[in-house]
Design a protein around this ligand. Sequence first.
Ligand code: IMP
Ligand code: MG
Length: 180
Amino acid sequence: MRNDIETILLTEEQIQEKVKELSAILREEYKDKDPLFVGVLKGVVMFYADMVREADYPCQMDFMCISSYGSGTTSGKMVVKKDISADIKGRHVVILEDIFDTGNSLDFTYKYLMSKEPASLKICTLLDKPERRNPAVTLVPDYVGFTIPNAFVVGYGLDYDEHYRNLPYIGILKPEVYTK
Ligand code: IMP
Ligand code: MG
């Protein structure tokens, strides 16, 4: 798999350091609020597991899965494939995401969860790729790990054609991998 990676953008050590930084910020905000961490599957799995393990205070875990229908990720038409199981009315909720790219999926997820009337709703994303943002998306993530350039990245949960999610680091794929 390493042969398919052109450059390692973020090493395992850099990611783990960032997880500690972000979770320290979240701890200050949420340690007495029994927050619900909502992970958006599947890309977030690694980040999610690392973040909740750092949360040394009462919290709960839940997941949702959304997908876009039509062609590509820019169609903007989203559907909930798996909903959260908790009732979030009056709860403090934090959405954990792998990447804020066009912003379409988080925009949808945010509005969807807001309709369930949480006490608060914030977004914590490991990666932000602002160059790719859909201009119609005005939502801004509350907590960002790394702002990255406009390149397609894989690893640490992120996939290309469902592969490379298991890499412990984040890398840029070699262009020939797409054209194989
Ligand atoms: P959105 O474009 O912000 O709606 O992001 C939709 C989804 O596309 C993300 O949750 C990721 O699963 C996926 N995605 C966006 N950019 C990348 C990337 O560089 N590598 C792998 N997956 C990506
Ligand atoms: Mg994906």
